[in-house]
Design a protein around this ligand. Structure first.
Ligand SMILES: [Zn+2]
Length: 806
C-alpha cells in the first residue's frame, strides 16, 4: 500500500530520533536475509504507527510472527522510547527496483545492488519510508568471500565474510544503499582538511569484466571527482557530511545515476567499452558534478515531501553543468545543455502533463505521482530556471542564499518556502515574486523580434521577467555587439541595433523560445555556421528544431539547413547534439515516403565528419553513420577490421540487420560477450525485418521475463526506421499487451513499457489509429499511473505531428 501524504504528515510528527542497525545476509542466491533493530522516540506515547517492508516472508517482530499486511508492520502502543527488532527473508529483483541481482554475461559473476529510491528502500529493509523521517544507519553485510561490499558508511572492519560499516549521519530512507560483488576498484585519499588525518577515502568501482575500461578512464574519473569535490567544499559552508565518497558503475540501475550519501551509483553503460563521444564524456563529467552536489542539496538538506523533489533535482542539474565547467574544465557543458538537455524541458512543458516546477503537495499525494513528476520539468526546466535566477540575482547573492539554506536545514528537511526565506535573507530582489512567476506556473515564454522601421523591437509573449543577452550581427552573421536586457511586460526597442540581425538569448541565460524577425531568420539560415560562439549556434539550432516541431518550417527545411550548416560544424557537442535532434524529428515527424531521403542526408553528413579525420567529431559521427547508412559495403568492410570501435561495430551490425542481413549478429555476439554487447545484440535481433523475427521478438518483449535493461534494448530495436508496413499489426498489440504487462509489473517496468512506445515514421492515418487505440485504453482507467503518464505524453507528442488536431 503506497504511503499517502496525510499518513506521512502524521507519522513525521509522531516519530523522531530514529536509528537503524541492520545486518544483511547476501550469501544465498535464492533470497536474502534482513535483521534490523530500529530505535526511535514517540511524541505521543500510546499511539500506533507502522514500518514499511515490501515483499518480505517469515517476517518477525521482536522474535514473534509480525502483524504484517499490505507491506506494513504494525507497531502498536508505542512508548516514549522504543526499540523494535525485525527479521525477514526478502526477494532479489531484476527490474532495478530494489535489491537488484545481475549475472554478468562476460564472466558469470553475480552482483547484488540495493537500487533504492522513492518508495523502494522498503523492498530492501524495514523502514519509515518517507523523506522527512531521517535515520542513522549502522550496516553490516555477510557476502560471498570473493566480493567487495560498498555502502553509505565507510568500511569499519571486515571479519571473515562480514563487512561492517561506520554509522552514518541521519539521512532519508530513500538514500540507503549497498552494492556487493567482485568489483574492481581504484581508490585514493582525497585531501580534506576537516577530516581526521586531513584526507577522506575516495574510490571508483566497476564490475570485474570492466576492469580494462576502469583502468583506462581512472585518471580522468579521479580528476573530475577531485576538482569537483575541492570546488564544492570551497563554496558550500557546511562541511562534507559523510565519512567517505565512493562511486560505483553498477549494473541494472534504472536511472542515469543516484546520489546515495557517500556511495553514488552510475549506470554501468556510462563506462564505455569503446571511445566515448564528446557528449558522452561531457555527460559523465556533469553527472559526477550533479550527484556530488546532492551530497549537500538533497542528502544533507532534503525535501519534506516529494512535491519538492525539484529542490533536489533542479539544483543538482544546474550545479552539474556549471561545476563540470568551472571546476572540471568541461567549459562547454552549457553548450551541451542548450542543444540536448534544455530541449527536453521545452518539450515536457508543452504537454498537458506539464506542471509547475514547484508543484502543490495536494497534486503529489503518493510516490507514484511523484515518480511521474520527476520529469524534464523537474530536471531540465528547473535547471534552466535556477540558472536564470542566478543570472538575475547575481552569482554572489545566489550562493549566499544557497549557503544560508544549507546551514539552516543541515541534516533536516526544507520546502519551497524555506528555500525562498533563505534566498530572501541574502538578496535585495523580490525573490518571492520571481518564484511565483517562474516556479509556480507552467509553460514558457516566447521572445519575439519585430521591426519598427529598421529598429528591432523585443517583445515577450508570456508572463515572466527575463534577464538575457541580445546579440547583433551583420548580414554575414559576424558578431557586432551584445547587450544585457531586462525584459518584462514592456517591449524593448534596440535602437543601437538598427538594421542589424538580432538574436535574443544568445548566451542562453533564460528559458524561452525565440521567434526571430524575417530579416534575422533569413540571415541566420544563410549563415548559421558562421556564428562564432558555439553556445549561440546551439541556441539557433534548437530554434530551428523548435520551429520544425511547431510546424513553422517543414522537416525537409530543417534537413536542408543541416545539409548546409552542419557539414562545416567543428564543435563536437553542437554536431552530435544536432545529429540527435535530426534523428528525433525524422522519427516522429517524417512520413514513411520521406524517411529514406532524410536518412541519406543525415548519414552523408555523418560520413563526411567520419572521413574528415577530426578526432573530436569521429566517435559520434561514425556511430550515426553506421546506424543510418545504406552503404552495405562500407558497413561490412568495418566489421572486417579489427581496430574499429565496438560501438561503431554494433551500430553497423544493427543497421545491417535492419536492412535484412542478420547474419552478422551471432559472430559479433560471440566476439563481444560484455553486458553492452548482450544488449546491442538484443537490439540488433529486434530490428530484423521479417514477420517471423518480429513475432519472436514480440514474444520476448511481452514475456515479462526480460530484465529492465534487456527490455529497453529490445524496445529500442523493435520499431525499425523503415518498417511501418511490417509493424502495423503490432501498433494496437503494443497498447493491449503492453498494458497487460504493465499491470503485472512494477513502476520501473511501467516506465520502460512507456519508453518502448512505437516511435517510427508512420502515415498520418496510422498515427491517428495508434492515437485512438492509446486514448481508448487510457479511458478505461486501468492503466497504471506511471504508464498512463507516459502514454498521455506520447499522445500529446503524436498530436503535434498531425496536420489537423485529433
Ligand atoms: Zn539528481
Amino acid at each position: 500500500m503506497p504511503l499517502m501524504l496525510p499518513e506521512a504528515r502524521e507519522r513525521a510528527v509522531l516519530l523522531t530520533d530514529v536509528h537503524t542497525v541492520v545486518h544483511l545476509d547476501l550469501t544465498s542466491t535464492e533470497d536474502f536475509g534482513v535483521e534490523a533493530t530500529i530505535s526511535f522516540r514517540c511524541t505521543q506515547p500510546g499511539a500506533s504507527s507502522f514500518l514499511e517492508l515490501h515483499g518480505g516472508t517469515d517476517v518477525t517482530l521482536d522474535g514473534e510472527p509480525a502483524p504484517y499486511a499490505d507491506g506494513r508492520i504494525a507497531l502498536t502502543d508505542l512508548a516514549e522510547t522504543n526499540e523494535v527488532r525485525i527479521t525477514a527473508r526478502m526477494p532479489y529483483v531484476h527490474d532495478g527496483d530494489g535489491m537488484t541481482e545481475t549475472i554478468d554475461p562476460a564472466d558469470g559473476e553475480r552482483y547484488v545492488c540495493a537500487h533504492t529510491s522513492m518508495d523502494i528502500t522498503q523492498k530492501v529493509i524495514p523502514c519509515f519510508d518517507q523523506p522527512d523521517i531521517k535515520s542513522t544507519f549502522a550496516l553490516s553485510v555477510t557476502a560471498p568471500s570473493h566480493w567487495t561490499v560498498v555502502a553509505n558508511g565507510a568500511l569499519e572492519s571486515r571479519e571473515g565474510d562480514t563487512w561492517t560499516f561506520t554509522t552514518t549521519p541521519p539521512f532519508s530512507s530513500y538514500l540507503f544503499t549497498l552494492v556487493g560483488g567482485p568489483w574492481v576498484s581504484v581508490t585514493w585519499d582525497e585531501p580534506y582538511a576537516p577530516a581526521p588525518g586531513g584526507t577522506l577515502p575516495f574510490g571508483w568501482h566497476a564490475r570485474a569484466s570492466q576492469e580494462r575500461e576502469l583502468r583506462r578512464d581512472a585518471d580522468e574519473l579521479k580528476r573530475i571527482t577531485s576538482t569537483c569535490f575541492q570546488h564544492y567544499t570551497s563554496i558550500f559552508e557546511p562541511e562534507y557530511p559523510y565519512a567517505d565518497f565512493q562511486q560505483v558503475f553498477a549494473p541494472g540501475l534504472n536511472w542515469g545515476a543516484m546520489e546515495f550519501p557517500g556511495c553514488v551509483v552510475y549506470r554501468d553503460e556510462a563506462l564505455k567499452q569503446g571511445t566515448p563521444t564528446e557528449l558522452e564524456r561531457e555527460w559523465v563529467a556533469s553527472t559526477i558534478a550533479h550527484e556530488m552536489a546532492h551530497m549537500w542539496f538533497g542528502d544533507l538538506v532534503t525535501m519534506k515531501w516529494w512535491n519538492d523533489i525539484w529542490l533536489n533535482e533542479s539544483f543538482a542539474d544546474f550545479m552539474g553543468y556549471d561545476v563540470a565547467g568551472v571546476a572540471a574544465g568541461y567549459t562547454d557543458a552549457w553548450t551541451s545543455a542548450a542543444i540536448t538537455r534544455k530541449p527536453t524541458g521545452y518539450r515536457a512543458d508543452r504537454r498537458r502533463s506539464s506542471h509547475p516546477i514547484a508543484e502543490d503537495e495536494d497534486n503529489v499525494l503518493d510516490a507514484d505521482a511523484a515518480f511521474a513528476n520527476a520529469d524534464m520539468i523537474t530536471y531540465a526546466k528547473g535547471n534552466a530556471s535556477l540558472s536564470q535566477l542566478g543570472h538575475w540575482l547575481g552569482e554572489e547573492d545566489f550562493l549566499a542564499g544557497v549557503n544560508k539554506h544549507l546551514t539552516t536545514h543541515a541534516f533536516g528537511n526544507a520546502d519551497l518556502a524555506d528555500f525562498l526565506d533563505s534566498l530572501d535573507s541574502e538578496s535585495e530582489h523580490d525573490v518571492r515574486a520571481w518564484a511565483k512567476a517562474w516556479l509556480r506556473t507552467t509553460g514558457f515564454d516566447t521572445l519575439v523580434v519585430t521591426r519598427d522601421g529598421d529598429v528591432p523591437v523585443l517583445t515577450r509573449e508570456g508572463s515572466r521577467p527575463h534577464r538575457l543577452t541580445v546579440s547583433a550581427y551583420d548580414d554575414a552573421m559576424q558578431l557586432v555587439d551584445s547587450r544585457d536586457v531586462q525584459l518584462g511586460d514592456e517591449p524593448v526597442r534596440l535602437e543601437e541595433f538598427a538594421g542589424r540581425v538580432v538574436v535574443p538569448n544568445s548566451g542562453d541565460e533564460t528559458f524561452a523560445v525565440i521567434r526571430p524577425d524575417e530579416q534575422s531568420w533569413s540571415a541566420i539560415t544563410a549563415g548559421l555556421s558562421s556564428v562564432e560562439s558555439q553556445l549561440t549556434r546551439a541556441v539557433l539550432w534548437w530554434t530551428a528544431v523548435d520551429l520544425t516541431e511547431s510546424k513553422v518550417i517543414g522537416v525537409g527545411e530543417l534537413i536542408a539547413l543541416a545539409d548546409r550548416h552542419l557539414r562545416p560544424e567543428t564543435h563536437p557537442l553542437v554536431f552530435e547534439g544536432v545529429m540527435r535532434n535530426l534523428q528525433t524529428i525524422t522519427r516522429r515527424y517524417a512520413a514513411p515516403d520521406e524517411v529514406a531521403g532524410h536518412l541519406a542526408v543525415i548519414a552523408d553528413i555523418a560520413r563526411e565528419a567520419t572521413d574528415g579525420g577530426d578526432p573530436a567529431l569521429a566517435p559520434g559521427a561514425s556511430r550515426v553513420f553506421a546506424r543510418l547508412s545504406s552503404d552495405r559495403e562500407r558497413l561490412v568492410d568495418w566489421l572486417g577490421q579489427d581496430d574499429v570501435d565496438p560501438g561503431v561495430r554494433w551500430a553497423a551490425v544493427q543497421r545491417l540487420a535492419e536492412l535484412g542481413e542478420p547474419s552478422y549478429i551471432d559472430a559479433e555476439a560471440e566476439r563481444d560477450k560484455s553486458v553492452s554487447g548482450h544488449h546491442a545484440a538484443l537490439t540488433a535481433r529486434a530490428l530484423v525485418p521479417t514477420e517471423a523475427a518480429k513475432a519472436e521478438t514480440w514474444g520476448r518483449l511481452m514475456s515479462g521475463e526480460l530484465g529492465n535493461h534487456e527490455l529497453d534494448a529490445v524496445g529500442a530495436g523493435f520499431w525499425g526506421w523503415e518498417q511501418a508496413d511490417l509493424l502495423r499489426p503490432y501498433l494496437t498489440r503494443y497498447v493491449s499487451e503492453g498494458l497487460a504487462l504493465a499491470q503485472r509489473s512494477g513502476q520501473a517496468m511501467g516506465d520502460l513499457i512507456g519508453d518502448a512506445f512505437p516511435r517510427l515514421p508512420l502515415t498520418e492515418d496510422v498515427r491517428r489509429e495508434l492515437r485512438a487505440a492509446v486514448a481508448s485504453a487510457l479511458e478505461t482507467g486501468d492503466v497504471p499511473t506511471v504508464l498512463a503518464r507516459s502514454w498521455n505524453d506520447a499522445l500529446d507528442d503524436l498530436d503535434r505531428t498531425l496536420t489537423t488536431p485529433s
